[in-house]
Design a protein around this ligand. Structure first.
Ligand code: PLP
Length: 369
């Protein structure tokens, strides 16, 4: 009992910060995922994925993707990406990715580690997108035995800079892969946001566009934890369960990784959450465009807006308590989660406007435009 009351007090007084837009990982768990976790918490269930929740979640994915795919549940996106990539290549192979990709910049070498040395072949890219030309260039750069043999292409949808590959762009990427005998992996840490942005079916955005393996992010979509690795080419999934186990990614109480997916997919929350986050990003970007001194760096296709603003404006925002990251290309990343509250978005906009006005008033007359 004392534990319970302690927790209740914490919830009211200590834990949690006011809503921020630094990362979609700052958000909590959405009601649909939470309710499914709660439902899974009655009685006992078989361990290691041999339970009804895991079967039901895998079947919900098969229904969503309209195909008999193979589905695995892991704890996070780094594991999902690196194990999926490892299953697509041998240690002497190369994985073509773009310079801004999470696998290259944010996974601490896990793809190389889990594949026992497959080399990431990095293409410079605009908006975080690989193009057929950049794929061709890396795929044909070297043919000799001294260079790792290109075997896989990985793309991020939406990209790390918040852009979405259109179906045409995806088709072109996939055609380049086929031309050069490369498998196609999709890092879909925010896959739901791409579906919401394009308004097309998950099937069209993946296997019908030539994607062999998708890592579908649950965490940023509103779950506590968990990503699904989905093999559309089922041959590629052979022994993937062993790979997960060896990597420490086989949950013994698997039902708690699987049940939230049941809640997300069966209720449609996966798409509703993403649509809301994307709508908040569009709302924010439209209003920022009306401010002087602050520039929206690129189109907000999904749930991210990047701002270019003089340092004094960004410092002003930080002083007012706002958190955001500037590690991607120096721009300030404003990221909208499934639970973004428009009142907080408006509060951020009001502070941004004040900081922008203060900055232009303080600027020497001859530097004003
Ligand atoms: C968040 C994210 C991931 C997953 O990161 P983890 O912290 O390992 O869960 C993967 N790819 C992209 C593009 C991401 O933004």
């Amino acid at each position: 009992m004392s534990h319970f009351y302690h927790w209740k007090e914490m919830r009211q007084d200590e834990s949690g910060i006011a809503q921020q837009f630094a990362s979609d990982n700052y958000a909590g768990i959405c009601p649909e995922a939470w309710a499914a976790m709660d439902s899974a918490n009655y009685g006992h269930a078989t361990a290691y994925g041999e339970d009804a929740w895991t079967t039901r979640a895998a079947n919900a994915f098969r229904e969503l993707f309209e195909t008999e795919c193979e589905v695995f549940f892991v704890f996070n996106g780094t594991a999902a990406n690196s194990l999926a990539l490892a299953s697509l290549c041998q240690s002497y192979h190369g994985v073509i990715c773009c310079d801004a990709s999470h696998v290259e910049t944010d996974e601490c070498g896990a793809p190389e580690f889990f594949s026992n040395g497959s080399k990431l072949l990095v293409a410079p890219a605009v908006d975080g997108k690989l193009t057929p030309a950049s794929i061709r260039e890396l795929a044909t750069k070297r043919q000799d035995i001294h260079y790792p043999k290109p075997r896989v292409v990985t793309i991020t949808q939406p990209t790390e800079t918040g852009r979405v590959y259109s179906l045409d762009e995806l088709g072109a990427v996939s055609a380049a892969c086929k031309e050069h005998g490369l498998s196609l992996h999709m890092d879909g840490a925010r896959f739901a946001n791409a579906c919401a942005s394009l308004g097309c079916s998950p099937a069209d955005l993946t296997w019908r566009s030539g994607v062999d393996v998708l890592c579908f992010g649950g965490t940023k979509n509103g779950m506590a934890v968990g990503e699904a690795v989905i093999f559309f080419d089922r041959k590629l999934a052979v022994d993937f369960d062993y790979r997960c186990k060896q990597a420490g990614q086989l949950a013994s109480k698997m039902r708690f990784l699987a049940a939230p997916w049941v809640g997300m997919l069966e209720s449609g929350a996966w798409l509703k959450n993403a649509e809301h986050a994307n709508a908040c990003a569009r709302y924010f970007a439209e209003r920022v465009r009306k401010l002087g001194n602050v520039e929206v760096v690129s189109v907000a296709d999904a749930n991210t807006v990047f701002l270019n603003a003089p340092e004094e404006i960004l410092a002003g925002l930080r002083l007012r308590g706002w958190r955001f990251y500037t590690f991607i290309g120096g721009a300030a990343r404003i990221m909208f989660a499934w639970d973004s509250d428009l009142k907080r978005v408006d509060a951020l906009l009001a502070d941004l406007e004040e900081c922008a006005c203060a900055a232009s008033a303080a600027a020497p007359v001859n530097s004003r435009t």
